[in-house]
Design a binder for this molecule. Structure first.
Ligand SMILES: Nc1ncnc2c1ncn2[C@@H]1O[C@H](COP(=O)(O)OP(=O)(O)OP(=O)(O)O)[C@@H](O)[C@H]1O
Ligand SMILES: [Mg+2]
Length: 258
């Protein structure tokens, strides 16, 4: 069911979301009534202390987990009403996931890692190879397509993971501490890539970080505490100018990527 995307429609529209793990006296109320709307094309950073519910929220947004209560409309569709098959399809075609630990298959090449989601989606082999190579080229990894993850640097592995996340044309990229295992140079490289994808490819990005220098790359900073959103501000208000000054311009960042 294809619907026109109107100017006032939200890509993500979450209302009063709760998530309780377990029950009885040991139940953990990880989300306690979260509401958030994100438009297509936004670059949002999610911040907050450890245990505040950021990953739980990302798992629900990414359709990896179902909420206990509340509503989540993804591109206008109520996710809780989707059948398991429809949910899997939404997850595979609408959302790309990038994790701190890359989560690549270790025994397969970069190319095969990028092909995998397309294999699940039933994309024919020729098309898979063509798209996977094009994506790896875009990530600056054309020469590394036949290498296994162990033969790549952390930054390169994360770029393979980003190519994989985009393989089925997802308009939405979710990243949970994507630079947590990277040194500062590789982090800047990955963040420049995210910004390029956001600005040039119109990919919507939701990125979890505990680091304000990383949030500085986004346009909007949403802050969690104890399972609730306690702040939602433009980056200019949420991040001090001195920290934002550390973010290179698009042109300079392209230099970093080269
Ligand atoms: N599968 C689970 N079963 C039980 N409790 C869980 C589960 N996953 C998370 N929790 C609990 O839910 C709360 C929120 O956890 P969550 O992982 O969302 O926090 P976070 O903000 O991502 O933290 P961090 O910054 O450390 O990654 C925590 O109290 C955590 O212990
Ligand atoms: Mg987390």
């Amino acid at each position: 069911m294809q619907r026109p995307v109107l100017g006032n429609e939200w890509l993500i529209d979450v209302r009063d979301l709760t998530k309780v793990y377990g029950d009885g006296p040991t139940a953990v109320h990880a989300l306690r009534g979260v509401s958030l709307r994100v438009r297509a094309g936004e670059f949002v950073a999610i911040m907050g202390p450890s245990g505040s519910g950021k990953s739980t929220f990302m798992h629900v947004l990414g359709c990896l987990d179902r909420p206990t209560s509340g509503s989540y409309r993804l591109a206008g569709e109520e996710v809780s009403r989707l059948s398991p098959d429809q949910l899997a399809l939404a997850r595979n075609t609408r959302i790309g996931f990038v994790f701190q630990s890359f989560n690549l298959l270790s025994r397969t090449t970069a190319l095969e890692n990028v092909e995998l989601p397309m294999l699940y989606a039933g994309v024919p082999r020729e098309e898979r190879l063509r798209r996977a190579r094009a994506l790896l080229d875009q990530m600056g990894l054309g020469e590394r397509a036949d290498h296994r993850p162990s033969e790549l640097s952390g930054g390169q592995q994360q770029r393979v993971a980003i190519a994989r996340a985009l393989a089925n044309g997802a308009p939405l990229l979710m990243a949970d501490e994507p630079t947590g295992n990277l040194d500062s140079t590789s982090s800047a490289d990955i963040l420049a890539l995210f910004r390029w994808l956001n600005r040039e490819r119109r990919i919507t990005i939701v990125l979890v970080t505990h680091d304000v220098t990383i949030a500085a790359w986004s346009d909007r900073v949403v802050t969690f505490r104890d399972g609730l959103i306690i702040g939602d501000r433009p980056v200019e208000e949420a991040v001090p100018a001195s920290v934002r000054a550390g973010v290179p311009s698009m042109a300079a960042a392209r230099g970093v990527r080269a």
